[in-house]
Design a protein around this ligand. Structure first.
Ligand code: NAD
Length: 309
């Protein structure tokens, strides 16, 4: 197993992937940031006469993610040269480069089959010794890796960063049944010493620890609001700064996380629990499903419980 981590590949350049890559780059680690190849041209790309095969189009998602991070407030969020250590691209054209990194982080949508399919592709391009981890919010690490070889699974674990990864100190590490215990220790030490995290080792239970509690709290607040007729602002006024949580008001948090991601996370635990009370507690309300169906995804979509300022 490689001992040092100097190069990483982050797959998925959405809310979390881009910010995790920036946090790693900030700690001096060279990062590939990879996403899918866009299926459609933007109006601007059409006006420039570009095609879907153009390299700028193929790498657009990760390039735009870095541009967004550079503008993140409060500024400066990262050391000024962080972006120079991140190479954006698409996964398709860079699969071969996965064999040259020390740590591959899967940070794509919260969907078991998408993650399983991606792990299979990663394994085909994997060099024994490279660490592979998932940033899943609560999908089973063992289920995700079920189709992979024993050798690969020794190197695979959950590394759950919290949003925003630059500021949130918690890092949950979730070993799978086959994960090498020495790797768990190594990533724990790396997380603490190099990435500035407080590491908690969690079991591979639905939504692990923090999201099992957090999802419950958010859903209770949402139901109370609907039942008792409070406004979003009123709920945030009492669950945010007034409670000593300057950035954690309920609905601002949901907008930051992404409503689609939160729905996947709630559905994951709802589908796994068997106790009737727990089933009820983790059932996401219809209003949230309608918001997601309408494309109200929170900050990343410009509109959620709040309009993006
Ligand atoms: P997101 O929807 O913002 O971004 C997902 C990205 O993955 C998109 O850019 C999409 O194009 C890309 N993608 C999808 N399939 C892909 C594939 N096969 N290959 C490469 N890229 C692919 O999601 P997010 O909020 O960044 O969440 C990513 C992961 O992190 C999820 O597992 C989520 O549960 C977890 N997570 C999210 C938060 C949060 O607050 N949003 C916090 C902790 C953990």
């Amino acid at each position: 197993m490689n001992q040092s981590i100097r190069k990483a590949a982050v797959i998925g350049s959405g809310v979390m992937g881009a910010a995790i890559a920036a946090h790693l780059a900030n700690a001096g680690i060279a990062c590939l940031l990879l996403d899918v190849v866009p299926g459609q041209l933007t109006e601007e790309e059409k006006a420039k006469g570009l095609t879907l095969e153009h390299p700028a189009v193929r790498s657009r998602l990760a390039v735009q993610a870095i541009a967004r991070l550079k503008k993140t407030k409060p500024s400066p969020l990262y050391d000024e040269s962080f972006a120079e250590r991140i190479r954006p691209g698409n996964l398709e054209d860079h699969l071969g480069q996965l064999s040259g990194v020390d740590w591959i982080l899967e940070v794509v949508v919260e969907n078991l089959s998408v993650k399983k399919e991606l792990l299979a592709r990663i394994e085909k391009n994997w060099t024994p010794g490279t660490v592979v981890s998932s940033n899943t919010s609560g999908i089973s690490i063992n289920e995700m890796a079920a189709g992979c070889s024993e050798e690969f699974r020794k190197h695979f674990l959950g590394t759950h960063f919290f949003n925003p990864p630059r500021y949130m100190r918690l890092l949950e590490i979730i070993p799978g049944d086959k994960t090498d215990p020495a790797l768990v220790e190594r990533i724990k030490e790396f997380g603490e010493k190099k990435l500035g995290k407080d590491v908690v080792i969690a079991k591979d239970t639905p939504n692990f620890i923090a999201n099992r509690i957090g999802t419950y709290g958010l859903l209770v607040t949402l139901r109370e609001l609907l039942d008792k007729g409070f406004t979003v602002e009123e709920a945030d006024a009492v669950t945010g700064p007034a409670m000593g949580r300057p950035k954690s008001a309920t609905f601002r948090t949901l907008d930051l996380v992404g409503l689609d991601t939160f729905l996947h996370v709630a559905d994951n635990v709802h589908g796994k629990v068997t106790d009737a009370n727990e089933k009820e507690a983790f059932a996401a309300p219809d209003v949230m499903k309608r918001m997601v169906a309408n494309g109200w995804l929170g900050e990343k979509g410009g509109r959620g419980f709040y309009l993006k300022r």
